[in-house]
Ligand binder design. Structure first.
Ligand code: IDP
Length: 151
């Protein structure tokens, strides 16, 4: 079984798309292993998109990612990385086929609603970047995490 890292970016959260996106992953057959809402700070955004540091749109990309809350998720399944990328669609929504998340919900490459890891290695790097130690907890829901009123 493979895991991938998926994130509803701030424009997707603001537009109320978390539910629809989670639903598409569930319907496809993925298993949800971790989910959290967070406000990404600039150092985390810069690390996450480090490979794009030299690109002309890097500043705009970091502004975008830090502009509001994002929803970070770990999804597990067969060929999780490739299956997630096909659900998400092409980077540029102009090229993303209708039926994909970007094809259905986005118009502009600078606000394309969702992120999905591009390789199993990136997925593991991004999972530890966003979930840290807790990734292991989320990975093995047995025994489940219990929250006690006394904790
Ligand atoms: P991906 O998100 O489909 O893996 P990448 O090429 O890794 O695509 O780009 C990362 C993110 O950078 C994109 O999802 C998009 O938000 C942003 N981006 C890519 N190209 C441009 C651009 O030309 N202008 C503004 N933002 C861009």
């Amino acid at each position: 079984m493979e895991r991938t890292f998926v994130m509803v970016k701030p424009d997707g959260v603001k537009r109320g798309l978390i539910g629809d996106i989670v639903s598409r992953f569930e319907q496809k057959g993925f298993t949800l292993r971790g989910i959290k809402l967070l406000h990404i700070d600039r150092p985390l955004a810069e690390r996450h998109y480090g490979e794009h540091r030299e690109k002309p749109f890097f500043g705009e990309l970091v502004d975008y990612l830090t502009s509001g809350e994002a929803c970070a998720m770990i999804w597990e399944g067969q060929h999780a990385v490739a299956n997630a990328r096909s659900l998400i669609g092409k980077t540029n929504p102009v090229e993303a086929v209708p039926g994909t998340i970007r094809g259905d919900f986005a118009m502009d490459v600078a606000s394309n609603v969702v992120h999905g890891s591009d390789s199993p290695e990136s997925a593991e790097r991004e999972i530890s970047l966003f979930f840290g130690e807790s990734a292991a907890v989320y990975m093995f829901p047995n025994p489940p995490i219990t929250h006690s009123a006394n904790a």
